[in-house]
Design a protein around this ligand. Structure first.
Ligand SMILES: [Zn+2]
Length: 125
């Protein structure tokens, strides 16, 4: 029986999921399909997808993309309230409480020039 590269890849993923988490590829794909085959965080598809779980309870939350797993959800380190707070923060824009007209940064602020260090011309003999 000859396996296609796609079949080999799926078998390897199934083996990896079973070995690492005790979850089958079938379960992984069922979760992904229930999410509309997208990462529920960035809402993108076609990316490397990971099984996401709560590291304290070990309960599977869902399937998210590698980037969101490492940088967004993973950045909160299982402190879910931080993600809720971050969502509230970026949508409420608390600076507007003080400056209702908003403060806007320059698109291309002038870069600070670095002071050149004095280079010693003295030679060590
Ligand atoms: Zn994502």
């Amino acid at each position: 029986m000859v396996q296609t590269p796609e079949e080999r890849k799926r078998k390897a993923k199934d083996r990896n999921l079973r070995a690492r988490y005790g979850v089958t590829l079938e379960q992984f794909e069922a979760i992904l399909e229930a999410q509309g085959n997208i990462c529920p965080v960035c809402e993108e598809s076609g990316k490397v997808m990971c099984l996401d779980h709560n590291h304290k309870t070990l309960k599977v939350r869902g399937v998210i993309c590698l980037n969101c797993n490492l940088r967004v959800v993973g950045g909160a380190r299982d402190q879910d309230h931080k993600l809720v707070n971050a969502a509230r923060y970026v949508t409420s824009n608390p600076a507007d409480l003080v400056f209702p007209e908003g403060i806007y940064l320059e698109k291309n602020p002038p870069k600070k020039r670095r002071k050149r260090r004095a280079v010693s011309r003295r030679r060590i003999n």
